[in-house]
Ligand binder design. Sequence first.
Ligand code: HEM
Length: 522
Amino acid sequence: MIMAILITVFAVLTIIIVKLHFIPIIKIMILKRKHPNQIESIVHLGPSLVREEKYNLKHYDDNIYSIRNIYKKNQDVKLILYKNAKGQLGYIFVDPELIKQVHQNPEVFQKQMSNPIIKYLFQDSLLFKTGKEWQRQRQFLGKSFHFDEIKNYLQDIKQVTKEELQKVKLKIESQPDRSIEIVKTCQNITQEVVFRIFFGSTNLKVSKPDGKEIPIADEMISSIESFQVLFRSNYLLFAKFVILGQNVLEVLPTNKEREIKQRFIDLKKACKLIISQRKEQLIKNPTLYKYNFLDQYLKEVIVNNNQSITDEEIIQNSLSLFFAGTDTTGNLVGSALYYLSLNLTIQNQAREEVLKVLSQKKLNENLEEKLASLTLQDLSNMNFLNSILKETLRLIPPAPNVLSRICVQDFQIGDFFIKKGTPVGTYFISSQMNPKLYPNPETFDPNRWMNAQEQNSINFTPFSLGPRNCIGQHLAIIEAKCILSYILINYDILPNENQKIQFRSKFVYGIQPDNFITLKIR
Ligand code: HEM
């Protein structure tokens, strides 16, 4: 009897290992033979990408080291194959021309619900909608992200930057040599900016079950962070997700899972209350409309009687913009400051450019007042700062790849036939590190961008490309230039030599731990 059970268990395990591990390996070998040199592969026991990231981090202090440096290994590579937790083959395109083809066909390569959070917080937002619904939302929101519209938010960006850096100054005055949590500082700025731009107000609270009231922005971050910690550390939850997909929190939830789901529900309830209160105010007094996203939405609903916009869409887009637009931009500025701390000549050249723009302002103003009067045109004129940001985006792109996609119909991309149901991704960072395109790719050299010819090419796509590229890219660059200008004028940026750093993805890719520079008041 025991023997029979053992044989059955052994047989089942063998079938599982063959299906999840060996069959995908055989498929990879066949495809490699068919496309010699064009394919590299990532194979580990279990979900290969996760294992590869852990290996990279342990050995190279960079969780995407192997994908980042794929062109060092093979100059002809176009595609990386891996196997996922279900034993499926996943395709990651690294060749810019093929990446372009993927992104020009967003209806074929649709975003995958790769995290249970999506169902509760993002599935009705611009980030995850498809087809006509996505088009309608993109058109509506797109107007407010147009470069010229950003002037409407500039005052808020400068004000928030000044306030947050004032807090930093107080800390440095009390302890001059302390390192600064610079990415956190920049994220505090970008979070506050997106929040103000969306809701117009900052003093919005959510009530917790213990009666305490906390700022909604804090609850947005903390509830998602708590979930991510749970999701990453709890293998049982991950396994449940592989089997049940987006319904994972509905079936046999643990106390922690139930608690986190309730936090999402409470968060959305608080946003809904804000929306209905503002709606009432605006219906009573139509002169109150301001230039923020909430009021733009409500104008469309109340004045233009647009029935297609629901409260759920408004809530989920507030969350989507908050998450897509804060950590990304914060990390970009943090990484730029890291490079400036290591390259004094470049730092001085950047500071001179800002000072030159400020010197054209009225003479009787001090530097603080001049900074406060920076216009969109002034920031656009800062070409060297722009090149610094581009070079940072090349080396440490906050989103080195896109959210994973699923191919929804059989499709041909270049020489490669993709079967319906295949997971597909694109990694921009590989071509951004290709020595053929960027000589000495490891070197931080903003001057390579001062040559206009190299710009706007498909070889440099840190904001993705095609119709679903980043809607907030102009806002991100303006915020980044504004924060850098304030820091360059007020501080010398120095490296924190005691700190060993790693490059890794938390929500977005960047430098950790977050104390890699010190700031000295000028
Ligand atoms: C340095 C900063 C930023 C970087 C590197 C970045 C990068 C990207 C990338 C690569 C995508 C494509 C994702 C995909 O298709 O899977 C994307 C999409 C998006 N980004 Fe950004 N982003 C940044 C800042 C922002 C900001 C400031 C906002 C808004 C406040 C924003 C909002 C969005 C939205 C809503 C999408 C989805 C667009 C759509 O599907 O139509 N991003 N971003």
